[in-house]
Design a protein around this ligand. Structure first.
Ligand SMILES: NC(=O)c1ccc[n+]([C@@H]2O[C@H](COP(=O)([O-])OP(=O)(O)OC[C@H]3O[C@@H](n4cnc5c(N)ncnc54)[C@H](O)[C@@H]3O)[C@@H](O)[C@H]2O)c1
Length: 423
């Protein structure tokens, strides 16, 4: 099949390389020409394990192409996957401008060429968006030119996105027609993965249900094990025992205590849920408590650092979680900004960080980022561990430094250093 991917961010790039791996010809398109150029040169604009290899394979085979001209990309393809951003507005509503602009490009194209086309939305959008807004955009087309429209929620997690794509628990398709043969062919790449068809609103909604639940699990794990550690509980063991019950306590993912959640999805999608609930005067006490719980943990981390009155703090990790270069709504970035206010010296080491991206959104942070752990940890009296992989840098810890491990369930095999777990 010939597929267009609009939006070359975390979701778009992963879809680009994965559908190409499945043997399709895929064309990437983005309004940011540097992302298109990067893809064409075989350099992924995002860091995600496994993407570079698949990108190289796709470019070599000729199955991956990229261009910033949306009309050209539409001309080469029959199905578009819309993977553009849907950020929050100031009051938590979902900003659909990027989604609608891409849709209008497609409307123009169909008007001009009269071609049959299929448009599949992958961005997270509130229930009712396709029926209310997207269809409105297409309504200016003759009925005979109406494209097929579908909604395909994306459930991938940054850091394990390729694996999540090929081994997902289900593929959900929102559609209002029984004529779904093309999508069945595209999405039935593994007979073990159920393909679930439902209406648009349900498909749009289930993504929010997932993200609300993930956020609850993280906040819950952080809260209950935080309590346990106040009573001298072996938190790691307690968590291991809890997770053994996979019948009642479900999958272990997101149920391990550690860092507050962040990233481009959970906070934004929770704000969207609040906004949707407020519009209907619907009260959600459980869901409403998730963000305060998450903030409480971040405040706790900050006060634990301050209790040490460090002269120099070195932060190990800045991205919102391990295995990604993404710093969007990273709690560690918030921690950094707050610590910078009243710490004499501060440095960061994060091997995943993308300095050029950081320079665009957080220029003032760049000068604090060290290129090696040794450089970051030098003369630090406190090192705060905020992501996986610290074990590889144990030799770089100065003997006088205290290590505050915010990545709670990680053990370090070092006896002569001062390691503190927080509680
Ligand atoms: N990042 C995740 O882990 C994740 C997981 C599941 C779902 N989602 C959802 O997927 C969507 C995309 O998320 P993301 O993290 O990849 O966003 P992102 O910000 O990394 O990428 C979006 C890209 O879309 C591009 N874009 C905007 N308008 C465009 C247009 N008219 N034509 C072409 N490109 C355009 C932007 O330049 C940007 O590169 C969001 O709705 C998000 O909620 C994200």
């Amino acid at each position: 099949m010939n597929i267009a991917v609009f939006g070359l961010g975390y979701v778009g790039v992963v879809n680009l390389v994965c559908f190409s791996k499945l043997g399709h010809n895929v064309w990437g398109c983005d309004i940011k020409s540097q992302k298109v150029d990067a893809i064409a040169k075989g350099k992924s604009p995002i860091y995600e394990p496994g993407v570079d290899e698949l990108l190289e394979e796709g470019l070599k085979s000729g199955r991956i192409n990229a261009n910033s001209d949306a009309q050209l990309v539409l001309d080469k393809t029959n199905v578009a996957l819309i993977c553009v951003g849907t950020p929050s507005t100031a009051d938590g509503e979902v900003n659909l401008d990027f989604t609608l602009n891409t849709t209008l490009d497609i409307v123009d194209y169909i008007k001009r060429t009269g071609r049959k086309y299929t448009v599949v939305y992958r961005s997270t959008i509130p229930p009712g968006t396709i029926e209310r807004l997207i269809k409105e955009c297409f309504s200016e087309l003759d009925a005979s030119l109406m494209p097929k429209i579908a909604f395909l929620p994306e459930f991938l997690r940054e850091g394990s996105a390729i694996n999540d794509f090929f081994n997902c628990s289900r593929v959900v398709v929102g559609s209002n027609t029984d004529d779904n043969e093309e999508l069945r062919q595209l999405l039935s790449f593994d007979e073990k993965i159920p393909l679930v068809f439902t209406d648009f609103r349900t498909a749009e909604f289930v993504k929010y249900v997932d993200n609300a639940f993930h956020a609850i699990k993280i906040a819950f794990a952080n809260e209950v094990y935080g309590l346990g550690s106040h009573y001298g509980v072996d938190v790691k063991k307690a968590n291991e025992i809890f997770l053994m019950d996979t019948h009642l306590n479900i999958a272990p993912t997101y149920l391990r205590p550690g860092l507050p959640f962040g990233g481009s999805c959970l906070p934004k999608d929770l704000r969207a849920i609040h906004h949707l609930a407020a519009e209907k005067n619907y009260v959600m006490p459980v869901v409403s408590s998730i963000i305060p719980s998450n903030n409480q943990l971040l405040n706790k981390m900050k006060s634990l650092v301050n209790e040490h009155s460090p002269r120099k703090v070195a932060m190990f990790g800045l991205t919102f979680k391990s295995g990604t270069d993404d710093v969007r709504e990273s709690p560690m970035l918030r921690l950094f900004y707050e610590l910078r206010e009243n710490t004499e010296e501060i440095s960061i080491f994060d091997k995943d960080i993308n300095i050029s991206t950081l320079r665009i959104e957080h220029a003032s942070v760049v000068r604090y980022v060290a290129s090696t752990a040794e450089e970051a940890f030098e003369n630090a009296d406190l090192i705060v561990v905020c992501k996986k992989g610290f074990d590889d840098y144990l030799k770089a810890i100065p003997t006088s430094a205290t290590v505050l491990n915010f990545y709670q369930l990680m053990d370090f095999n070092i006896s002569n250093k001062q390691i503190k777990l927080y509680s």
